[in-house]
Design a protein around this ligand. Structure first.
Ligand SMILES: Nc1ncnc2c1ncn2[C@@H]1O[C@H](COP(=O)(O)OP(=O)(O)O)[C@@H](O)[C@H]1O
Ligand SMILES: [Mg+2]
Length: 241
């Protein structure tokens, strides 16, 4: 593989889910600092972000996490691994010609799948075209090669995966990365679903780092934070009333 692997002329615009509300930002900061600490203490660099069910928010969390890591100075790559849903159906980058599936099937070189983004430290790999045998591709030698390249050339890789209950791809990927971040949706994902996801991850020997509870009501999170007033004093709310 070549040293520089940026697809010329392919730039993806990614947006961080930002909020003026300091308690939302606090929740993100906790997640990002958790990743940093695990990277330092355990040397983890590759992370699967998956949901207990479709729509829980895995892609949203994966994008925000990748951007936050890149902003904090880490050379980061975000990989969309959902090859069952082609890039035409994704919210990001329909114009990107080659993606993960093209590389894994040998149809595209590695150089052509790493796209620039609006963040200097962040590259993006789209899923490519729809592929029925995504499992085979995730178990292929080409996937090994890509992982080795990513580990050598990036500080952090975030793999955005389909949900665990939708396809077996998620658990395969989970087992192939250093750690897994599981996303559940408040008031929707049941504890039975969370337990089933954990069992599935345990069965394949995946390393569950933690569960992100998404779509949490701000008032409830406020109750969780003992010293919310501290944040209120630090960051004045400048929104027009
Ligand atoms: N915390 C959130 N606040 C508001 N909207 C959200 C949040 N998380 C996810 N969404 C929205 O919910 C939908 C599903 O999220 P997505 O990240 O695509 O889920 P998944 O990847 O788990 O299927 C998207 O339209 C996304 O914009
Ligand atoms: Mg998704």
């Amino acid at each position: 593989m070549q040293d520089t692997m940026t697809a010329a002329g392919q730039k993806v615009h990614l947006e961080l889910y930002r909020h003026r509300n300091s308690i939302v930002n606090d929740a993100y900061d906790r997640m990002v600092s958790g990743i940093h600490l695990h990277k330092k203490s355990s040397g983890y660099s590759t992370f699967t972000v998956t949901g207990c069910e479709p729509g829980a928010g895995a892609t949203t969390i994966a994008i925000s996490l990748a951007i936050s890591m890149a902003i904090s100075g880490q050379k980061t790559v975000l990989v969309d691994t959902d090859m069952k849903k082609g890039s035409n159906h994704k919210r990001l980058n329909q114009e990107i010609e080659f993606g993960l599936s093209h590389y894994l099937t040998g149809e595209a070189s590695a150089d052509s799948i790493f796209c620039d983004t609006n963040y200097g430290n962040l590259k993006y790999i789209t899923c490519g075209q729809v592929h029925d045998n995504a499992v085979e591709l995730l178990c292929s030698n080409n996937f090994d090669k890509l992982m080795a390249y990513i580990k050598d050339n990036f500080d952090i890789a975030i793999f955005d995966s389909p949900s665990l209950n939708a396809t077996v791809d998620a658990s395969i990927l989970a087992a192939r990365t250093d750690a897994v971040i599981l996303v559940a949706e408040q008031n929707k994902t049941t504890t039975t679903q969370i337990r089933a996801s954990k069992r599935e991850l345990d069965n394949v020997g995946a390393n569950l780092l933690g569960i992100v509870l998404n779509q949490v009501d701000k008032k409830e999170y406020k109750r969780f934070l003992k010293h919310y007033d501290y944040y209120k004093r630090m960051v004045p709310d400048t929104r027009k009333k």
